[in-house]
Design a protein around this ligand. Structure first.
Ligand code: GLU
Length: 428
């Protein structure tokens, strides 16, 4: 029998149902929290550079605003689906709840491949996306941010379009803006650094000296790059990163026994931001298949690319040396693989806790934008560290006390906070 294709939303619902069961939630609360509160599906017509018109498909899912305005990124991806956006919106709700920031969860997407689009065409998509839901998003309703293949410039085009339509300045409408244009210092580093703050705390708890550890990283986007940087600053050795190759339409793992240097690798990327294989070989990297990261002899694995990466099919490849998995990406591990990881006693730092640094800094950005006064970098990092460390400690304490898998503990904290907010508001 052919295997059913991966569906992130089914996975998110399965995870939620398990948490709801453990918490003994009533049926109405379950019904309210296992789907999006609101969803928008729309078309975005764009005039292309060659004069033709192309129609893109866009989405926004607002999963819950019980604890504050919906919050979450917008992804540009050729394989985007509404179910992926639904799952990611739900995970944003748990993410903001687990680090206890006063926001809800949302996610957006557009089916497109920015690699094949000019800046002007991408601007058209950004402005068109905002035009479709300009009155259903905003600083007190739903606050977008960057995600896969979107960045500060996209956010600024979106902000500009909203301000034109709504007639005013609303810098708190969107986060991840460029610094100097309402952005916060530290937002670029925030997700990757946040991942490493939780790894640092996990190692402290497990009595592991980070300076003696080796890490294997999947991905070479914003999250992985900064996670690797801070890991190296802490004294760890990053053995490999993997990177998508746009020309070959596959990914490769770049491994160097003496350790990878993210700045060096960033300096040898091609026009699609893929690491140049020939140049990497010249500076001592082995170029291995894309999935080689998972079987490296390392203490720490950091999947920081996409969802559905550690599955029932490859979980057995994880090296026996691995002690910690830190999920930089959203949804990289399937429930089937979770069972195996739990059994092997590997310490899991689950995605919506591990990668919450991005949205936490987005929250700081929103606060700064709304008061129009901006903090020093040190202030941002120290507040970020404080929030991430507190979030980690709350989850690990519950996990220890009740002998739970870390993902289950994180779910119990997050879901109970959102359920409680929904009850207090009198919704269910
Ligand atoms: N897209 C990021 C995430 O998945 C950040 C979201 C935000 O900053 O709102 O957490």
């Amino acid at each position: 029998m052919e295997k059913k294709p991966f569906n992130a939303f089914e996975m998110a619902q399965q995870q939620f149902d398990a948490a709801a069961e453990k918490l003994g939630l009533d049926q109405a609360t379950r019904d309210l929290l296992r789907s999006s509160l609101r969803e928008y599906h729309f078309l975005i017509p764009v005039r292309m550079d060659d004069g033709s018109y192309k129609v893109f498909r866009g989405f926004r899912c607002q999963h819950s605003d019980a604890r504050g305005p919906c919050k979450g990124g917008i992804r540009f991806h050729p394989n985007e689906t509404i179910d992926t956006v639904r799952a990611l919106a739900m995970w944003m709700t748990w993410k903001t709840a687990v680090v206890d920031i006063p926001l809800g969860g949302g996610k957006g997407g557009v089916i497109c491949d920015p690699h094949n689009l000019s800046d002007r065409e991408q601007e058209g998509i950004c402005r068109g996306w905002v035009r479709q839901i300009a009155y259903n998003i905003g600083p007190v309703q739903d606050v977008p941010a960057p995600d896969i293949m979107t960045h500060g410039q996209h956010m600024l085009w979106m902000l500009d379009e909203l301000e034109r339509i709504r007639g005013g300045k609303f810098p708190g409408f969107i986060t991840g803006k460029p610094v100097g244009m309402g952005g916060s210092l530290g937002r670029t580093e925030a997700t990757g650094f946040g991942v490493m703050y939780t790894v640092r705390e996990a190692m402290k708890e497990l009595g592991i000296d980070i300076k003696k550890t080796v890490g294997a990283f999947q991905g070479f986007g914003n999250v992985s790059q900064y996670a690797v940087k801070l890991f190296r600053e802490y004294g760890g050795k990053a053995l490999c990163v993997s990177c998508w190759d746009q020309i070959d339409q596959t990914s490769y793992t770049f491994r160097r026994e003496s350790g990878v240097d993210p700045d060096e690798l960033m300096g040898i990327t091609d026009k699609f931001n893929s690491i140049d294989k020939a140049k990497a070989r010249q500076v001592g990297y082995e170029v291995l298949p894309g999935d080689a990261w998972i079987e490296q002899e390392a203490d720490l694995l950091v999947p920081a690319a996409l969802e559905n990466q550690i599955t029932g099919a490859n979980v057995a490849k994880i090296h026996k040396r691995v002690r910690i998995i830190a999920e930089g990406a959203n949804g990289p591990t399937t429930p089937e693989a979770d069972v195996e990881i739990h059994k092997r006693g590997i310490f899991m730092i689950p995605d919506f806790l591990c990668n919450a640094g991005g949205v936490t800094c987005s929250y700081f950005e929103q606060v700064q934008s709304n008061m129009n006064f901006y903090w020093h970098l040190n202030e941002v990092f120290s507040r970020l560290d404080e929030k991430m460390t507190a979030g980690f400690k709350a989850v690990s304490e519950l996990a220890r006390k009740k002998n739970l898998y870390m993902r289950d503990a994180a779910y119990m904290i997050a879901v109970s906070r959102v359920a409680e907010a929904s009850h207090l508001r009198g919704w269910v």
